[in-house]
Design a protein around this ligand. Sequence first.
Ligand SMILES: [Zn+2]
Ligand SMILES: [Zn+2]
Length: 169
Amino acid sequence: MDMNVSQLLQDPIGSTRDFQIDELIDINGDGKSHKIQGKCNLLRTQRSILVKCLLKTEVDLTCNRCLGKFRQPLKIKLEEEFFPTLDILSDASLPPPEEPGTFTIDEQHTLDLTEAIRQYSLLAIPMKALCKKDCSGLCPTCGKNLNEGKCDCPTQDIDPRWSKLAELK
Ligand SMILES: [Zn+2]
Ligand SMILES: [Zn+2]
């Protein structure tokens, strides 16, 4: 996901570029490519290029309750500044940005979005994934997936009024 931004760096502050993304990116380093699609906007600021993207992709997740595999669409909202390492006009090296972990534009004025997209995609994955909002999960006794129907296990929490009756018997 490389872009040459030498022209944009020479444009006046406030200049923008729009472009579409349709890329295959390995998000979590498992060798599987995810199709990433969406729109990005680049803005030339005084010190950097501000990149804003609205992207979407899909990931395969395991449900936290029923352990079923399912496909989850993800929306990724990326907003990140990329700092030049060379001054576009003088070719002089620029000091690295003060904040750690910032993204840079390399000496060929190439802005590489791949790592930023990867990081933002990982952040967009829900920590507690559910295959559906009302997933019934697994029966704690027999392990049956209760989304596929009830099991034959006795209900665990017996109504207290009935337990009195059971004692009498
Ligand atoms: Zn589930
Ligand atoms: Zn059961």
